[in-house]
Design a protein around this ligand. Structure first.
Ligand SMILES: Cc1cc2nc3c(=O)[nH]c(=O)nc-3n(C[C@H](O)[C@H](O)[C@H](O)COP(=O)(O)O)c2cc1C
Length: 147
């Protein structure tokens, strides 16, 4: 399984990047090859064709999914490059999960209607370094990929 994690964050080495490293490590331990790339709203995402699974992840700032990821979905060729791909989503935020599911996750999912989303997860602050929660997300992704 070849996985690329496309992410955005305004914080270099912050919560999102640390989480990505943990997710990447868990996937690599299970035999996947994993790369990560930071989103740019005007990027060229043709390279996504080289991967089986694309993980999209970002933090929430001021009630919105971080702008470069959202911008990439709205403005670049990312959405078309994701067609026929297996996609996993995650968000990091300070809000409770219920609120995040209602307010934040749809910002991504409305741009991915018709896509094959195989896993999704909100990581609350207390879960960012919780290895069991991260393992659960990775297991869900792997199971859905193998189906
Ligand atoms: C400037 C700023 C604005 C934020 N706004 C929100 C928000 O509106 N809703 C929320 O749930 N969390 C909010 N958060 C919390 C972040 O989403 C959370 O801490 C995230 O893990 C930060 O990721 P990062 O370290 O990669 O930047 C905000 C954090 C910052 C720094």
């Amino acid at each position: 399984m070849r996985v690329v994690i496309l992410f955005d964050s305004k914080t270099s080495g912050g919560a999102t990047e640390k989480l990505i490293d943990s997710i990447g490590l868990k996937l690599a331990e299970s035999g996947a090859s994993v790369e990560k790339a930071k989103c740019k709203s005007n990027g060229d995402y043709s390279f996504v064709k080289n991967f089986d699974v694309v993980i999209l992840g970002a933090p929430i700032y001021y009630l919105m999914v971080s702008s470069e990821l959202l911008g990439a979905l709205l403005q670049s060729n990312l959405k078309s490059c994701l067609q026929h791909k297996k996609i996993a989503l995650f968000l990091t935020c300070g809000s409770p999960e219920l609120m995040a599911n209602i307010l934040y996750l749809p910002q991504l999912k409305l741009n991915l209607i018709g896509s094959n989303i195989i896993a999704e997860r909100i990581f609350a602050p207390g879960e960012l370094s919780d290895q069991s929660v991260i393992a659960q997300y990775v297991d869900e992704l792997k199971l859905a990929y193998e189906k």
